[in-house]
Design a protein around this ligand. Sequence first.
Ligand SMILES: [Ca+2]
Ligand SMILES: [Ca+2]
Length: 267
Amino acid sequence: MSVVRIGSWKAWAAALAATLVSVTLPAITATPASATTTAYDSTYYKNAVGKTGTSLKSALHTIISSQTKISYDAVWNALKVTDQDPANTNNVTLLYSGVSRSKSLNGGDVGDWNREHVWAQSHGSFGTSAGPGTDLHHLRACDVQVNSTRGNKDWDNGGSAVSGAPGSYTDSNSFEPRNADKGDVARMILYMAVRYEGDDAWADLEPNESSTNGSVPFHGRLAILKQWNEQDPPSAFEERRNDVIYNTYQGNRNPFIDHPEWVEAIW
Ligand SMILES: [Ca+2]
Ligand SMILES: [Ca+2]
């Protein structure tokens, strides 16, 4: 606000009122917070922008299906880059716990981190050959024991506290990540649903409302994942991760990190 020398109280009040109007009006006319624009809208997403429902899903499927596939062994070194702790370049930040752990502790022993498939391998029988089982958009560094606790469970709220992952909960068939990871999980699951549509060698992965999917190629519960997407918007960590996967490893993006409102536009 600029300093104005005003001779009378009335003039001062008028100036204040004008200032308040100028401050308030843009907030009234602003676009909803959930609508986003990105540098990729006129390029990468040009055939998707403006669409909704199945036509948006179909357009995004075509766009993101153009990708490089990496080996499961290459995932180790990729995660050391994509999941790097922003505060310590020697470490990765682990999913479900937020723990910062040395990049060199990758492995299968207690105290190590390993490669968590957020879309569980058994929900689509894709294993670890190059394809959905090595797709970095849903693979994250995770504590070995926490990964084991998550297993192939569906996604839902509730349960008892997860040892080693404060803020995360689990029961016999579902897992609730800590608040900071809820949106990440939702956007990873929904990326997989759009990327894999059954038109290649792999199953058509889809979200549903069940928390007892077992080995069918579905993951629940969609209503909860939609809540989590709203509750935990994309963070700088998640956006950097998307950029690194796009620029360095796979050449494709997770559209729901760039446009979280596309979750509601499709589902
Ligand atoms: Ca988050
Ligand atoms: Ca699908």
